[in-house]
Design a protein around this ligand. Structure first.
Ligand code: CAA
Length: 377
């Protein structure tokens, strides 16, 4: 496994960094405060071919490998976790349609998503089925050339901003083999939106309920086979967990850099606080945990890129990196002292953002169960 970036990766990382400084950093706090989706930023990401990073060029994507994609997500998350999460979520239906969809679905939906003409969403959770994903109840009954959907989904990233939703529905009573995956387009009669969540952070990345009432979805929008949906969701989430690990490394790195820079200029007792060992210990622990988190994320991405089993490492990477993000951002607030608790400085926002990473795409408790299952297999 290579420990050094290639020249192409370094160049891309630098391009993304410059993009973040010029196009994200000056504007994102305004979007967060207004709770507004940063559409103009997405249009610019689209121009850079970043809306379909891992989709092959044949279908309008950039054809990056997972290791490079993880670097991009890490860099974006340093400046806006909202943007990184929204971008990663529009990638989830692409991942699914590319791997399990038929050629027609690829030609239409995958191309539109990868080119950024349309925005995607992934809808698995319901109010009664979060960790127990297979407990979902939204029903899809086959009637002639349609599935008729009834039910409510929740916590859907990209909310109403998306155009194409990959929705997991119940097509039979068998708990896991009765789940199927359907592509649902915004505007389909019977498909509406429920409440938009007011969250602790990520206000510019909308999280919404989807409501289906006698909603007729063409049966040709079934992805894979009827009953294959749970397996499809799990395989997509394995990839998503590496992505959330990368985003966690980004959030932690930004908090570390802010804390280190502040410690060098903040003077107390006649010295910069970076001269005090208590602060040095904290900075050293922060840097060390970021380093091993990044290594785990890159190992998971490397295994995925080489078609080797990566499920367990993906769960480890997501858990370790998001726990690290929580710890590092909390320490960063502590190093900033009273200023850290104030919105004038970025670390309190990073701490609020880190929390969701321990929950999203499978809580860290569920990740530990997945790891244990592999160990005891
Ligand atoms: N790949 C392929 N198949 C898999 C799989 C995987 N990674 N994991 C499980 N399966 C298969 C199993 O092999 C099994 O198949 P058989 O019945 O043929 O043996 C079947 O699925 C059932 O497996 P389990 O018995 O392990 O299933 P379970 O009901 O015990 O659930 C779980 C396992 C790990 C707890 C799973 O439910 C889970 O991951 N829960 C967390 C869900 C989650 O991450 N939700 C977040 C959604 S993201 C979101 O909503 C936000 C957003 O915007 C993106």
């Amino acid at each position: 496994m290579p420990f050094l970036l290639t020249e192409e990766q370094k160049h891309l990382q630098e391009t993304i960094h410059k993009f973040c400084i010029s196009e994200i950093a000056p504007h994102i706090l305004g979007y967060e405060e207004r709770g507004e989706f940063p559409r103009p930023i997405f249009e610019k990401l689209r121009a850079l071919s970043l809306t379909g990073m891992m989709t092959p060029e044949k279908y309008g994507g950039a054809g990056l490998d997972f290791s490079t994609y993880a670097l991009v997500i890490e860099e974006l998350a340093k400046y806006s976790l909202s943007v990184a999460v929204s971008l990663s979520v529009t990638g989830l239906p692409q991942n699914i349609i590319y791997r399990f969809g038929n050629e027609d679905q690829k030609e239409t939906y995958l191309k539109e998503l990868a080119t950024g003409k349309k925005l995607g969403a992934f809808s698995l959770s319901e109010s009664g089925s979060g960790s127990d994903a297979a407990g979902l109840k939204t029903k899809a009954e086959r009637k002639g050339p349609h599935y008729i959907l009834n039910g409510t989904k929740c916590f859907v990233t990209n909310g109403k901003e998306a155009d194409i939703y990959l929705v997991f529905v119940r097509t039979s009573e068998d708990k896991t083999k009765g789940v199927s995956a359907l592509i649902v387009e915004k505007g389909t009669p019977g498909f509406s939106f429920g409440k938009q969540e007011k969250k602790m952070a990520l206000q510019s990345s909308p999280t919404m309920e989807l409501i289906f009432k006698d909603c007729a979805v063409p049966a040709k929008n079934l992805v894979g086979q009827e009953g294959q949906g749970f397996s499809i969701a799990m395989q997509a989430l394995e990839c998503g967990r590496i992505t959330m690990g990368a985003a966690s490394v980004g959030v932690a790195t930004r908090a570390f850099e802010e804390a280190r820079n502040y410690a060098k200029i903040r003077t107390q007792f006649g010295n910069p606080i970076s001269h005090f060992q208590a602060i040095q210990m904290m900075l050293a622990d922060m840097a060390t945990s970021i380093e091993y988190s990044r290594l785990l994320v890159q190992k998971a991405a490397f295994l995925k890129d080489h078609n080797l089993p990566f499920s367990q490492i993906a769960s480890m990477a997501k858990t370790v990196a998001s726990d690290t993000a929580m710890q590092v951002t909390t320490k960063a607030v502590q190093i900033f002292g009273g200023n850290g608790y104030c919105q004038e400085y970025p670390v309190e926002r990073l701490m609020r953002e880190a929390k969701v990473l321990q929950i999203v795409e499978g809580t860290n408790q569920i990740q530990r169960l997945i790891i244990a299952k592999e160990i005891l297999r």
